[in-house]
Design a protein around this ligand. Sequence first.
Ligand code: AP5
Ligand code: MG
Length: 212
Amino acid sequence: MRPNLILLGAPGSGKGTQASLLVQNEGYSHVSTGDLLRKEITEESELGKRVKDIMEKGDLVDDHTVLQLLTKNCNLQENSYIFDGFPRNFEQAKLLEENVLNGSKTYAIYFHIDLEVLITRLINRRTCKDCGAIFNLLTKPPLKNGTCDICGGVNLDQRKDDNEESVRNRLDVFKSTIGPMLELYEGMGILKKVDASANPGEVTKEINSILE
Ligand code: AP5
Ligand code: MG
């Protein structure tokens, strides 16, 4: 089996974009805790109601809730996984190792980028409500205005947390939590880095060379 991949990076650094390419081209399974939480909100579940305000502000949901969602939605016996948005802090990194990975071969790929460019990226992101495809009004607009290139759906949404205030908070949360995770994965010898400021095709090439 291929190594599992943990995508570590700031909000907007391109984790979701690269994950969907790895699913299409390399056959990985993808689990994004952000997507799972947003699904709970859309379904108006008890969990969704509890996390809605926290996510809109850009704060972190508690570790236990997110770990439970993650373990319910992945099975490492079946396939190799991309973990996108988990772990978010040192404690979650430990929980992932002990409860999910249990020593299976994994790389942690850090999407390195200057944080200032991410505000513009995120404010201009649009996501297809029907199939999840990710667009950007500046750098990757849909071919036909308002219509998804992939599924033809006409609901290209802006995420509730993609406004300047929430984005700034998400970036602050990221800055305060990333250091210990990088140290942990560096110490385990599984940390890899990519230049996330390059165009998406270049980032994909860098990831592919890690996988070779
Ligand atoms: P989550 O959904 O994980 O969001 P995030 O980490 O803030 O990351 P994003 O999804 O915003 O960015 P991305 O890196 O996927 O970028 P994308 O590829 O879309 O989490 C949301 C919230 O859920 C959290 O704030 C928290 O509240 C909660 N949560 C989730 N997980 C949690 C956990 N484990 N613990 C606790 N709480 C949790 O790209 C962004 C834009 O840039 C797009 O428009 C794209 O087209 C464009 N783009 C992508 N790549 C490039 C490139 N190379 N060049 C130019 N543009 C690019
Ligand atoms: Mg994402």
